[in-house]
Every structure is written in C-alpha cells, then in structure tokens.
Unconditional design. Structure first.
Length: 66
C-alpha cells in the first residue's frame, strides 16, 4: 500500500486498531460462554479476537450438556 504520508495514516489507524482490540477483549470477557482458554486467546495482539471468536463458535456447535 503506497501512501503520501505514512505517519498521518498510522496516526489514524493506530488508535482505531487499539480500540477494536480492546472491544474484542472486553466482549469476550463479558460473554457467559467464555472459558479461561478463550479469555487468554482474546488478549493475544493481532489475531486473538479471531481465535476467541472461533473458540466461542465451536462451543456453540457442541450439544448442550444436561
């Protein structure tokens, strides 16, 4: 990706990325379906939110225990 001024782009994208990461962590921690492993996955920078979402989807696919 070529930009005219990378510093201005980074100044805009950096905070947006940080807020998105925090949102993913907080949303994972607030869900009652989370496990310790899912909460740990959520705090991994970059890909943690996707790993946590995948783990939560797998938990939804399992049959309910009675």
């Amino acid at each position: 990706m070529a930009t005219l001024n990378a510093r201005q782009i980074a100044a805009l994208i950096g905070p947006v990325h940080g807020v998105a990461w925090l949102f993913g962590v907080i949303a994972t921690w607030r869900t009652p379906r989370r496990t310790t492993g899912t909460a740990v996955r959520a705090v991994i920078p970059g890909i943690g939110g996707m790993l946590a979402l995948r783990a939560l989807d797998r938990a939804d696919a399992r049959p309910a225990e009675d």
